[in-house]
Design a protein around this ligand. Sequence first.
Ligand code: ADP
Ligand code: TYD
Length: 203
Amino acid sequence: MFISFEGIDGSGKSTQARLLAEALRAEGRDVLATREPGGSPGAEEIRRLVLEGDPERWSAETEILLFTAARRDHLERTIRPALAAGRIVISDRFADSTRMYQGLTRGDLRATVDALHAMMIGIEPDLTFLIDIDPVEGLGRALARKGHEERFEDFGIGMQLRMRVGFLALAAEFPARFRVVNGARPPEVVAAEVASLARAALA
Ligand code: ADP
Ligand code: TYD
């Protein structure tokens, strides 16, 4: 079982991915929690290249290559071995993030993202949680963290608004694997809904 969490910056994906991993482990399940960009040593090195620095540092096309390179390494070294060992893999972001962030923020590159994905990655999660939130609230939460990985937050609120609409459209495009969850509630309330949806999918 391969589960991903998606959503705009600050929606609460990382919090929910961690809480779901804890809940499933408490039931005795073997869970690997991972994240993108990153999740393997090589991909974590690429993470620094894409998340730090000036928003104009890379074109959208170059980013597609960098994020896909990171994902391929993550897939080879972390995700595939864990799935082969029968573990549940929970990833904080996966290919849907590239479909949105690189595919629609600076022109329509969705077909390019999908073509490279088909060639180099080729798998989708069994279950994807879209943590949905008002971008004003999400960006406020994300910027309150004050880290160094703010390249995408620095694109501003207009982009986050487009991303939210894009993610909801993506969920409608792939209804079998997507579950849309309202993230504007206390973390433990969101987590209870996520855990019950995950248990239903695992059963
Ligand atoms: P993401 O991974 O989507 O960027 P995080 O889980 O890192 O989101 O959460 C962003 C910030 O918002 C963190 O400081 C976190 O503690 C806080 N946060 C997460 N979930 C909630 C929630 N349901 N309500 C309020 N604050 C939250
Ligand atoms: P993440 O660490 O999940 O950031 P946040 O907690 O703010 O949501 O992801 C870092 C950033 O990388 C985020 O702004 C989205 C971006 N990203 C892409 O642009 N393309 C991708 O394929 C992935 C996986 C992430």
